[in-house]
Design a protein around this ligand. Structure first.
Ligand SMILES: C[S@@+](CC[C@H](N)C(=O)[O-])C[C@H]1O[C@@H](n2cnc3c(N)ncnc32)[C@H](O)[C@@H]1O
Length: 194
């Protein structure tokens, strides 16, 4: 872990997560957690009364995350080695993070991810998305041709309402990077073309 990641995990990450609404005692899902650059600070914010579920499909990153959890002595993160939050109960999660991950999934894959997240979120639950690698932000993979409005529209079509959109200083891979953060609440499915 380089000095920036350490500073993020220990100081700026918890501050950022509190700013988007994370609180002590909550249950937080970090979908596509990687080695835990958001799960680790989230563990600090939700504290011993709360829990973080880190869903990650990559074997190597799961091992790295488990090592970091040991090093930090963190016991309130449940690592789910999977490509979906399918095993979590419905209406159980306060905040779901989809950070720098949705570009991995094609349109039908993203639909499935949003539907699963909607199922596991509590009624007042929040979905927070960092849509890196879209058209105007180092375009890559499945999001390369989607602009920010298309990302928002797609998520609203799956039963969410955009509550806030802001540019934040975030951790991307292992360096600080400004990016859009989109915060949604559960809502009705919007009228959308099939
Ligand atoms: C670029 S990394 C971002 C990691 C972390 N969210 C962050 O922002 O630091 C994206 C991660 O999502 C994982 N991932 C992609 N699709 C996934 C899926 N369907 N289920 C679980 N993990 C997935 C990848 O293996 C990778 O570790």
């Amino acid at each position: 872990m380089n000095a920036d990641v350490k500073r993020w995990v220990e100081r700026d990450g918890p501050r950022f997560l509190r700013q988007i609404g994370a609180k002590e005692g909550q249950e937080l899902l970090d979908f596509g957690s990687g080695e835990g650059h958001y799960a680790l600070p989230a563990a600090k914010v939700v504290g011993r009364r709360g829990k973080v579920y880190a869903v990650e499909r990559d074997d190597r990153l799961v091992v790295e995350l488990r090592q970091l959890l040991d090093e930090y002595g963190i016991s309130n993160v449940v690592v789910i080695h999977s490509d979906s939050p399918v095993d979590l109960p419905s209406d159980s999660i306060d905040i779901a993070l989809c950070y720098d991950v949705i570009h991995f999934a094609d349109q039908s894959g993203r639909k499935r991810i949003y539907a699963e997240i909607r199922r596991v979120l509590r009624e007042q639950g929040q979905l927070s998305v960092y849509p890196k690698h879209r058209q105007n932000d180092e375009p890559l993979m499945e999001l390369a041709h989607s602009d920010l409005q298309a990302v928002i529209r797609e998520i609203e079509c799956e039963g969410f309402v955009l509550e806030s959109k802001s540019i934040e200083e975030l951790m991307h891979d292992d360096y600080y990077n400004k990016g859009y953060v989109l915060n949604f609440r559960k809502g009705d499915r919007a009228e959308c073309p099939a």
